[in-house]
Design a protein around this ligand. Structure first.
Ligand code: SF4
Ligand code: SF4
Length: 288
């Protein structure tokens, strides 16, 4: 088996077309594993007809629990919890508890114990293009990095067990640690940007992040014709930093129409995408 080819699509912020581009690449990869690492707002799977294969709860963080029968109401835990997670009637607020274990350590009668809390869900589904590993983090939870690592681990297992060479990842948006979890160790990073002030600003920030990991990077400008001036600025930035600018996608309102109809844009608008050289570019991404 050849080396596993992991391609991740990211953007400096949400709403630049990251998921649309990821979905459009998938049909051109042949048999692949799909990993949706945008666990805070997963919507890649919505574009595919799919059949659920498995589902499990994900426990990403520790939370404290007070046994009220043992508690002598000394208030030490309340006074020492710097996250204000314990109420005056000795009940832990799960949303606030950071699982630091200070209260467990400080309690004089061992009335506090820690437990693994359910912080999300992990799913594996079957699509016509291959299996998709997708997940959903519960609102307010901060363990997205761990859930992303779990999604990536599962997708690699599926690839290995089925001798599949290509994994396509819809990465987390932004520049926080969840992006690092999405890009660590991948073969190639595709950054999607748009010709706006904020698009350029976010491109620079996310590129700086990828540079720290010495990853191979390619840039795609989405809706490039909405501002030729800003697109030229992006091209200049790519040239100065020796980043490959692989594709410029024009604005096409039928892409929105395709998504509304739950269709993959590159299939719905096959000829239009082919004219952009999309199929050839996707071919260059594949590990055969
Ligand atoms: S584990 Fe830490 S954050 Fe949670 S209740 Fe105890 S002291 Fe507060
Ligand atoms: S430190 Fe222990 S005994 Fe004291 S109030 Fe908290 S749970 Fe109760």
């Amino acid at each position: 088996m050849s080396r596993l080819n992991e391609i991740v699509v990211i953007s400096g912020k949400g709403g630049t077309g990251k998921t649309t581009l990821t979905a459009s690449i998938i049909p051109y990869l042949g048999n692949c594993v799909i990993a949706d690492c945008d666990v805070d707002a997963p919507d890649l799977d919505i574009l595919f007809e799919k059949k659920l294969i498995s589902h499990k709860e994900f426990s990403g963080s520790n939370k404290a629990y007070i046994n009220n029968e043992t508690c002598i109401k000394c208030n030490k835990c309340i006074e020492n919890c710097k996250f204000n997670a314990i109420s005056d009637n000795y009940i832990i607020n799960e949303m606030r508890c950071e699982g630091c274990t200070v209260c467990e350590y400080i309690c004089p009668v061992d009335a506090i114990s820690m437990y693994k809390a359910k912080t999300g869900e992990l799913y594996i589904s079957e699509t016509v293009y291959g299996e998709i590993v997708h997940a959903k983090l519960n609102p307010g939870e901060e363990t997205s990095g761990r859930l992303i690592s779990e999604v990536r681990k599962k997708s690699k297992e599926i690839a290995k067990n089925n001798s599949i060479n290509n994994i396509i990842i819809d990465g987390a948006p932004g520049v926080a640690c969840n992006v690092i979890s999405s890009i660590t160790g991948v073969t190639k990073v595709i950054i999607v940007t748009e010709p706006t002030m904020s698009g350029i600003h976010d491109l620079k920030r996310v590129y700086e992040l990828t540079s720290k990991f010495r990853l191979e990077v390619e840039v795609v400008i989405n809706k490039y014709d909405l501002s030729i001036e800003k697109s030229t600025e992006i091209e200049k930035y790519c040239m100065e930093n020796k980043i490959k600018l692989e594709l410029k996608i024009a604005f096409n309102e039928n892409i929105v129409k395709a998504i509304t109809k739950k269709q993959i844009p590159s299939i719905y608008l096959k000829n239009w995408f082919m004219e952009l050289g999309f199929d050839k570019w996707c071919d260059s991404l594949v590990n055969k």
